[in-house]
Design a binder for this molecule. Structure first.
Ligand code: CA2
Length: 144
């Protein structure tokens, strides 16, 4: 089984600023954890991060026919991008949305998620652990 983990804009800055909201672990720590969780669950995990909406759309399209699941934290594009929503719908790959913070407990503009409309599940407010929960969900589905 292969899972693509996609992270959107500014998440590569994790651990550098705003530790009160996003924690003090770095993006490099997250990548290491994804690697370890993949090995633990016997899943091949590929990661991709971009600050550019079109690049995120390209990567979702690339995944068509190549991966069994997508875990996505579109970051700020969560709340604005119909293009990412359409791409997720177009490829029709089981997808799970992850947010480090509890978006529903924050500003009202973060309460709407376009990408989430194409996702089977959302894990928000669990920090890095949310990515593990998402991988486990997709792995469990694959083993049904
Ligand atoms: O909670 C999440 O994971 C978010 O997707 C993070 C986005 C935010 O726009 C969403 O509403 C919720 C922001 C990512 C920015 O990451 C930073 C990391 C370090 C320093 C500053 C920003």
């Amino acid at each position: 089984m292969k899972i693509l983990v996609i992270n959107g804009p500014n998440l590569n800055f994790l651990g550098i600023r705003e530790p009160g909201i996003y924690g003090k672990n770095t993006f490099a720590d997250l990548l290491q954890m994804l690697d370890a969780w993949g090995k633990e669950l016997g899943v091949e995990v590929e990661q991709y991060q971009s600050n550019h909406e079109g690049d995120l759309v390209d990567k979702i399209q690339w995944a068509y026919g190549k991966v069994d699941g997508i875990v996505i934290n579109p970051a700020a594009y969560t709340h604005t991008s119909v293009a990412i929503l359409d791409a997720l719908k177009a490829v029709c790959i089981p997808a799970v949305e992850v947010h480090l913070s509890d978006v529903n407990a924050r500003e009202s503009f973060r309460h709407i998620s376009y990408a989430g409309m194409a996702c089977e599940k959302t894990y928000a407010g669990f920090g890095f652990e949310g990515y593990k929960m998402a991988i486990e969900y997709l792995e469990g589905k694959n083993n049904l």
